[in-house]
Design a protein around this ligand. Sequence first.
Ligand code: SAM
Length: 445
Amino acid sequence: MSWDELAPDGVYPIAGANALFLEPCRMISSAYAHYFALPHRYYSRSFFLRHHDHSADNPQTQLPQKKRKRKRKKPIHNHSNPKELLAEQRHQGIRQFILDAHQAFLAIPEVSDLLKSLEDLVHKSKGSSDCEEIHDTGTDMVDFVKLSYVWQSPFYDITLFGVQGSSLRSTAPISTFPLFKSTVENNLHKESIGICAGTTVILPEKSRFLMSDFADTWRTLASHLGNDYNFILIDPPWENKSVHRHAPYSTLPNKYLLSLPLKDLANHQGALIGLWVTNREKLWTFVEKELFPAWGVNLQAIWYWLKVKSDGQMITELDISHHKPYECLLLGYMLPHHKKDSSQVPPPKVPPDKQVLISIPGDHSRKPPLACSNFFNLDNFLRNLFQHLHRLNVLSAFIALLSAYVPGHDQMRGLELFARDLHPGCTSWGNEPLRFQQTQYFSKR
Ligand code: SAM
């Protein structure tokens, strides 16, 4: 059995557990009519690293050539200080849920078919061509963060083109925007192509982005991006020794996040807030005691992203003290700003606690694409509907991923902060929101 038969949109509910197995490439692809995300690009670390270090293909993740000392794994129970003890207590509180979810995942009768078919897809996609030759704008990926520092950066533009029919020839230019510090929008009900800085990017339908540094725009984020979001997903560049060492991106002092103007960005009727956090106790204390109170967010549920290898086993042992195989998504509500509005809005359906999302990780720090979970490309939907009638069941699980929990009845209006990609119907902000939108990550359908 293949993914096409079992979970065409990449979301496989795991029976008997509060858990879902996700295939992010399919989730991303379901949002595009003309393109699909290339599995070998998405999973380059998980499927190929053993044989070849693909970080060397990517200028942003190149490591210095010096030999790295092999670090000894920390002993399993080494709680020399009170913070470690607290972290261990937190871990002990959820380890059985994680184990149960993982057991239920391994017990899926089709699990080996799903993993095998994914591996086949990844290897097959390696042989297929990506989109770059269509637009003839060079083969190198652009490092937008570096580009934003050069003196010419204010002069860089992005020009959007429509995508025409199956030939994928771009139409006449639709519009041109400054590339940095300006809100760029694809207001078409289909994806468009953006040409900028010698590269080509794909913009999903109705997506928007602002590419800027926190220092330059934190005061003006709401005037750039609007104040109507009922779902805000945040994946900050937390200070972290290992991030410093490998330096895939720069980090921000945690205190800076207190200045993120979440209240200004959120819809006046309230918003669901999702915050990715690492397992460091210092960080949890900061979020619980300072950050959420400053933002006015009430913590409601914690979801766990369990990372597995291509054979389905966890990426590290569950009980190693400093490198857990899971990361946490804290979900909370920012309450309505005005009392009179709160009476008009039905109370949101609260997300279930301890939901486990299982997937094989992609690039360093790349999270499963939760922000695209409520938006469907109609062409894809109809195409798949006719091919796979049982998809309707899957669809309900997929939509329920997060959009069911946003305040209000209507559509999710999503904003992703510190984003590295775009999603249909959503707005992305960060210093590199086009990173994974470059055509090298996609192929033609
Ligand atoms: N959620 C993303 C994903 O799934 O790919 C990963 C986000 S990563 C943890 C944090 C991002 O914040 C990186 O893209 C990094 O370049 C960006 N960042 C770091 N410092 C920043 C700053 N001063 N202003 C804006 N973005 C920044």
